[in-house]
Design a binder for this molecule. Structure first.
Ligand code: SF4
Length: 137
């Protein structure tokens, strides 16, 4: 059984999601005909609320976070959110149409801060000092 299979099996046993998909905005700079969003203003979570949610996800042992929208770079605080997620040692995925990735600050969202955590490892220490519940210690 592969390491990923083992991790998924353990996550199922513990009732922990391996990955959490987080839509951080309904807004988008495009209007694709195939889009399932209505692009109406339904509001969105504040930066503080998302950071609190990320901390809760880290505390229960979630391995990776996928940021999506809408277009994630419509949020001026998006890079801060990615940096916060990386500080919590999540493997981070970003879904974007890429149109707004022009500035150095936007590009910095793609520079891995903790590259050793982009793939699961039995030595992964988890999100804090405690070992991840998804890996046998
Ligand atoms: S880029 Fe994505 S979110 Fe934006 S309109 Fe197109 S499909 Fe929808």
């Amino acid at each position: 059984m592969s390491l990923m299979d083992q991790m998924h099996q353990k996550a199922m046993e513990l009732g922990i999601p391996v990955d959490v998909h987080l839509d951080v905005t309904y807004r988008c700079n495009e209007r694709c005909v195939h889009c399932y969003l209505d692009h109406d203003d339904h509001g969105e979570m504040s930066k503080a609320e998302i950071k609190e949610l990320l901390q809760e996800l880290a505390d229960i042992g979630v391995f990776s976070v996928t940021f999506s929208g809408g277009e994630v770079f419509m949020r001026r605080d998006f890079v801060d959110l990615v940096e916060h997620a990386r500080r919590l040692l999540f493997a981070v995925r970003i879904k974007t149409n890429g149109v707004m990735i022009r500035s150095t600050k936007s590009r910095s969202a793609f520079i891995p801060i903790a590259p050793k955590f982009t793939t699961p490892s039995p030595s992964c220490p988890g999100h804090g000092s405690a070992p991840s519940p998804l890996f046998d210690s």
